[in-house]
Design a protein around this ligand. Structure first.
Ligand code: C2E
Ligand code: CA
Ligand code: CA
Ligand code: CA
Length: 279
């Protein structure tokens, strides 16, 4: 039994260091990827719920890995936050989004705002407002063509750097959306004080929308209260025609999700501008 315990210890030890090595490898690779600019943005359209007309493009970061192909953000954003790499990544994302907007404008298509995800860590550690202002100037982009999505947790504490950055972003004339709404703890009065422009209701709420389900009432309440404090309501993760129909009945303003379009590379996104509807 004693020997057994020892080998078990060795087993766990080996597994632990294996994970550590994986993590350190990932860190080193990510650092190189950032230096070599191996990150790219995909774009997912957001549309008017009634007409299907394009209202915004959400920029979603991807890592072009030489062996593993396209790596999704959930596989590296946590490591990026733990190592501080999220700061140069955040700057590259903002730079790429503005450069893309300038390219689309030069192509002569009727552009819509690009919406950028900013993590709580970035809001706390980075002068996001200043980074945005510099990028807008660098590419000659109007602030009205940028939007920023922040999660509830990032916005609730007063007097923090995050709160200051939210105010700085707002002062630029960049619209602010609360991302993953319903998963955090912000009160509506806090949201009202922060003067956010809209709520992106988390896809967990959208996913449970079927005719007759009690979640329909919940969503109706979010729309009604959100509208009462002047917010645009966006439903994330719309995957079915039925969900879309319910959201239209509820007076939800805008929708986004696989039913309309998956996130696509910039070249494919170009074809989505100027279309009468994406439904
Ligand atoms: P998010 O901001 O909530 O973005 C929505 C995610 O849901 C995206 O995953 C999108 O591809 C996916 N999605 C969209 N429609 C549907 C649908 O109908 N059904 C389902 N099941 N999923 C849908 P993605 O691109 O893998 O991004 C995951 C998360 O990574 C994002 O969640 C965001 O929190 C983070 N992220 C992405 N890009 C950035 C970035 O540039 N900076 C930072 N800090 N975080 C980012
Ligand atoms: Ca988002
Ligand atoms: Ca979201
Ligand atoms: Ca999210």
């Amino acid at each position: 039994a004693k020997g057994n315990g020892k080998s078990q210890y060795r087993f766990f030890h080996a597994r632990l260091s294996e994970r550590l090595v994986t993590r350190l490898t990932l860190q080193a690779e990510l650092k190189r990827a950032v230096e070599n600019r191996c990150l790219a943005l995909y774009y997912q359209p957001r549309v008017h719920a009634g007409t299907g007309k394009l209202t915004s493009m959400e920029a979603l970061v991807r890592w072009n890995h030489p062996e593993r192909g396209i790596v999704p953000p959930d596989a590296f954003i946590p490591v990026a936050e733990a190592t501080g790499l999220i700061l140069p990544i955040g700057e590259q994302v903002i730079d790429m989004a503005c450069r893309q907007l300038a390219e689309w404008q030069a192509a002569g298509v009727p552009v819509v705002p690009v919406s950028i995800n900013v993590s709580p860590y970035q809001l706390e550690q980075q002068q996001v407002g200043a980074v945005l202002a510099a990028a807008l100037q660098r590419y000659g982009i109007d602030a009205a063509l940028l939007e920023v999505e922040v999660t509830e947790s990032a916005t609730v504490q007063q007097g923090t750097n995050a709160a200051g950055e939210v105010a700085a972003i707002k002062a630029l004339g960049v619209k602010l959306y609360v991302d993953d709404f319903g998963t955090g703890y912000s009160s509506l009065s806090q949201l009202k004080r922060l003067d956010m422009d809209g709520l992106k209701v988390d896809r967990a709420f959208t996913g449970s929308l079927t005719h007759g389900a009690s979640d329909v009432s919940l969503f109706r309440a979010i729309v009604s209260i959100g509208h009462a404090i002047g917010m645009t309501i966006v439903a994330e993760g719309v995957e079915t025609r039925e969900q879309l129909a319910i959201l239209q009945e509820l007076g939800c303003d805008e929708v986004q999700g696989y039913f309309i379009s998956r996130p696509v590379p910039a070249a494919d996104a170009l074809a989505l501008f100027g279309r009468r509807t994406l439904f």
